[in-house]
Design a binder for this molecule. Sequence first.
Ligand SMILES: C[S@@+](CC[C@H](N)C(=O)[O-])C[C@H]1O[C@@H](n2cnc3c(N)ncnc32)[C@H](O)[C@@H]1O
Length: 212
Amino acid sequence: MEHDFWQERWATNQIAFHEPEPHPFLRAHIARLGLTPGDTVFLPLCGKSLDMDWLIGEGLRVVGIELNQGAVEEVFDRLRLAPERQAFGGLQRLQAGSLTLYIGDFFALTAEELGAVQGVFDRASLVALPDELRRRYAPHLVSLAVKAPMLTMTYDYPQEQTPGPPFAIPFDQVAALYADTHIAERLEIRAITGPLAQRCEGDEIALLLAPR
Ligand SMILES: C[S@@+](CC[C@H](N)C(=O)[O-])C[C@H]1O[C@@H](n2cnc3c(N)ncnc32)[C@H](O)[C@@H]1O
């Protein structure tokens, strides 16, 4: 989707994707990332999710990137952190304590700038993107995460029930996007809940993408 689409969603508070608690898949399956305290987890397209607070509470370092400045600043305010700011190449980098968040376009972030990450938690990022962007997103995420395992999720529902985002991407399609570098494993399937359940009926699937 175009950046304007998302900025408009934030500006008009159409952010039904934002959950009031850390995502249950994160709590249930974080162990599969094999992390130890002090490791860094990357959250692409992180919004202002409470997943970040939860990961920091587990003793992990969090790095994320998000287009919307207000969302990023809200996370630091919520955690009572006063970040140092740096601007470079169209991105802003805010850092304090165990949290580093970039404001700007995911596709402008480089592995060199991001630094080493030991795991990825991708909630509602891949499914936020239409097919053409998804095909660019997966290899770029792999280039950033290098050999890190990834805990991710997808929705599987009849696309004709509602236009995306979030888009319906069956498990096999997610597996195919990462097939060159990662082996996909289905970890959990549950019925779609929350505001999306008012638009469609289907499954929310947790996946592990383990580097080959
Ligand atoms: C569906 S939301 C998911 C947010 C978050 N992961 C969560 O679970 O609440 C997708 C987010 O991606 C952001 N986004 C979309 N395109 C982006 C891009 N190219 N670079 C950075 N962020 C982007 C949007 O602003 C939005 O906050």
